[in-house]
Design a protein around this ligand. Sequence first.
Ligand code: MG
Length: 386
Amino acid sequence: MSGDVWAIVVGAGSGVRFGGDVPKQFRRLAGVPVFRRALRAFVDHPMIDGVVPVIGAADGVRYAETCADPRAMAAVTGGSSRAESVRNALHAIHERGPARVLIHDAARPLVSTRLIERVVRALDAHDAVVPGLAVRDTLKRVDDGLIEDTVDRNGLVAVQTPQGFDYQLLCRAHATDVADTATDDAMLVERLGVPVHVVEGEFVNMKITDPPDLAHAARFLDDGVLETRVGTGFDVHRLEPGDAIVLGGLTLASPARAIGHSDADVALHALTDALLGTLGDGDIGTLFPPSEDRWRGADSALFLREACHRVRARGGELRHLDLTILCERPKIGPHRDAMRARIAAIVELEVARVSVKATTTEQLGFTGRGEGIAAQAVATVGLPVG
Ligand code: MG
């Protein structure tokens, strides 16, 4: 079977059960909204040809500001039931002629590349595929705090998303009048009498349902999904008399300017090297050789953005940057907040996850004598395990 595979990521719920003003799919998990993580898993996946997010009518601004991905289709507005939301998205992609479609719950942010691949591959042989996990606990039917019965768990699986379907089949299933009572899409296909194939689900592909789930998911992120990598960077530039210096992405009035092939921003260079260090991807000099004319006078934000891109292209995420600038002048204190904000904007991270510090060297050494300026940086990222 061939043809385009589309993914619909459904995040239209208002999350009343979760409490608070922010629906659960927009809560942050280790700094990144749950919805954005779910969306990114499909947008980044080589077997997925198109992605359409479904959002609640009230969430347009929230989605655009925190979750939107330019590689996904514009968000579709959901309906009054989950099934209606899925139907709206099925309709929205109709003209694109999808052959197969995956439906994923935006509240499952830890869906893996492998699981998506497993579902797509199974669609070569089956028209409907769901991931399922064998039930390990003994199940009891309880009434008013008392056990009524032990349920035979033999043959029971807990079903997850993404659920994959032949596009025409799912459209047909959603056209039935029972659609609005269904809790998942497979249920509608089952009712048509079409066999639904089960592939192995993943324990970490949990659904964020209650507030403590965010903490559980964060633990999975640290242990099972992403590993923590730390990289360091260090850079020095010679100074000469001047009236301004480019530092931390800002142009500051200064009695000395830094000499370099690019804009000589020692702070962004140290940060770039720290990020490249987390990947083992060489250093700024190998990626952007001073021997190449095109980097003459270059805005060093380019280098830093490229390092971020490399982390994200590997499925990783930036978690924290810590920068220390070593110089006597200019004084960094008055510019610290602006520098943090500028760096955070370049790397697309919350300001709270960017630290800028400065120290003199007590007039000792080359920085103390004003002959040069130095910066060191530490970057922490999460990278997919394995
Ligand atoms: Mg440099």
